[in-house]
Write a protein that binds this ligand. Structure first.
Ligand code: AMP
Ligand code: ZN
Length: 110
């Protein structure tokens, strides 16, 4: 099965990286929804946030830690989003955290 985010993590598809470690990679979203829009993924393929949390809680924690660190680099607050499942707006079935910053965000989200 071809997974676009596995391919980015492997370096087989180009992306503008913002962070990488043995476990986690972050890159700039190709279609940004805010002035800062990063996508943070584990290198290991898990379909969504629920499956990652169940299968590997430590990796889920690492993903959140990196997302929070990247968000905190941008003054004025940020939003972390984990779209999960088709009704949750998930279009790529490799778990990813969106880190959004640089504008205001309403609540509840639209
Ligand atoms: P989601 O709708 O939560 O599954 O988010 C998937 C995100 O991946 C979207 O915001 C897309 O713009 C982004 N995306 C898809 N393909 C790429 C790519 N090749 N490089 C960077 N971002 C991508
Ligand atoms: Zn994958």
């Amino acid at each position: 099965m071809t997974c676009i985010f596995c391919a980015i993590a492997a370096g087989d598809i180009p992306a503008t990286l913002a962070y990488e470690s043995d476990d986690v990679v972050a890159f700039h979203d190709i279609d940004p929804k805010a002035p800062v829009h990063l996508v943070v993924i584990p290198r290991a393929h898990h379909a969504n946030a629920a499956e990652l949390a169940a299968a590997d809680p430590a990796l889920a924690g690492a993903l959140l830690t990196v997302a929070a660190q990247l968000g905190a680099e941008h003054h004025g607050g940020f939003r972390i989003v984990l779209n999960t499942g088709p009704d949750g707006g998930q279009t790529v079935d490799h778990v990813h955290a969106h880190v959004l910053a640089g504008r205001g965000f309403g609540w509840p989200p639209g």
